[in-house]
Design a protein around this ligand. Sequence first.
Ligand code: F6R
Length: 612
Amino acid sequence: MCGIIGYIGNKSINSILIVGLIRLEYRGYDSAGIAVIDQGDLEIRKEKGKIKNLEDLLKNSPVEGNIGIGHTRWATHGEPTKLNAHPHIDCFQKIAVCHNGIIENHINLKNELIQKGHLFRSETDTEVIPHLIEEELLKDPNQTIKDVIPGLIQKIEGKYAIVILSEQEPDKIYFIKNGSPLLYARNNEEGYLTSDIVAVIPQAKEYYAFRDYEWGWITQYELHLFNKDAQKIIPEIKEIKIDPIHLEKGNYEHYMLKEIYEQPDIFRKILNNRLGEKGKIKLNEMKLPNTILGRISRILITSAGTSWHAGIVGKLYLEHFARIVTEVDLSSEFRYRNPIAEGDTLVIAISQSGETADTLAGVLEAKTRFCKVLSFVNRLESTIARESDSYIDLMAGPEIGVASTKAYTSELIHLLFFSLYLSGIKWITNKEDREVLFSEIRKLPTMMEAILEKSKQIQEIAKIFKKTKDFIFLGRYFNHPTALEGALKLKEIAYVHASGYAGGEFKHGPIALIDENIPTICIAPKSSVYDKMLSNIQEVKARKGKIIAIITEGDKNISQIADYFIEIPEVSEYLSPILSIIPLQLFAYYSALERNCEPDKPRNLAKSVTVE
Ligand code: F6R
């Protein structure tokens, strides 16, 4: 939520900041703005709406310079207007600030500053920051911003990543980080600050991810880093390993479609890396030793949104293959319910971004209870990866589309692999059994491709239902989470009401909704609960409800009853959620297009939810 970028180098600032902001746009697109030192003056340009509007403004009202900061906003305090767009400034437009997070005590601070005569122009919490800096600098003209940051950290409460540009110090960008992500990146000639490394590749070659309460400044060639007590820190700079190819849309109209289509190749890569000889699963980066893993008596999974749905499948895998009692909790609930997490409980955090505030809070909570924390993350430089005892790399490559697709299937396969890994440690499955499982898992990429070939058919179905206002999704056992995830995809990008239910729960209430206007999407591949799903379908049919069914290739029973059906290849039921979600991802995508919605940037959403 909210993306920040800062740049110092020799290049013209406009293109660098704009390209960076476009890459960060997934974090919020309510407004965007930049601050640049242009021939010694601090110039601000900002505009409501997407980065495109800011680009248009810059064409009419250009700025030039080699140092600047930029921001793309997901509104928390104050409407998404031009006035509330960042950067925010002090009374004299000498200091500009971009901020990601929430300053919780901003009301008191603002009142105090107004009493002291400060002029506020926006409704944001952020605006207190430039005024607080201004106020402190006024007290002693010999001070620079570095002298006032330790006091500022004491004053402001909440979560923040802040970058500060001052007309008085035109060769530095200051920063402070607590809670929201912020990274330093560089090459031999340029320094960057960014919320996400994707904004600065391929130019930047190395990075450092700031820790909470770290602050300092960057110059063109150097990073000066301090802790809360103003002691100097030597940062451990790492190489950036992300392939820039992931950041291009290629021939696809949207990132979401590209990411859906990337799934077979991502699976090929994952399987190459994870499946070893003789039934061995390779999780090399996972550093928890077998002595600890072998003792686990209970697992608690904490995650949000799509990653929560993956967690529900993960519970089924862990209980089925590793026979370990597993609970799954929404991370926003987990952190406040005083969870019983102690001793040999392993806490698993699942997060594509590795920055979700609630999930991160769950990780920190688990650590205070001395539980081991293993995270499943797609971004290895993320805070959740760093704060966990160990992590598993989802290997999906950066996901740019706001709706999670490829990260979901990568989460599922890694949860399956971890379950099989544990089952090996506990001698529940032997190498030979796992080899049998592997032979089917190896077919997944080709099976995924077979489903993607049906995209025209799925597009047609989306067209037929383009005016429908409500959908019901039904699935059971391994595909109950598929029903939840399919419904979430449709809600978030096509703005259609959709609810997912476990098939068995249907008769306990939701069936009352059924009439000829509310279609039901039934996920009913061949499985141990196939007959139960068939009964659900009959029940909907008997009430004149339309049926769109996801079925196994060649299933004559359901194909005869359903109004529309999409076939997926025959596969073991535990692998079926990895396949059955793909037609639903496509259905949501095409439904969004049919309804003139923008699938990559759905309204009100941001990809990385770094505030509570
Ligand atoms: C839905 C979606 C969100 C995320 C959720 C958690 O398509 O993308 O529901 O799944 O915000 O995000 P991560 O996995 O980054 O923690």
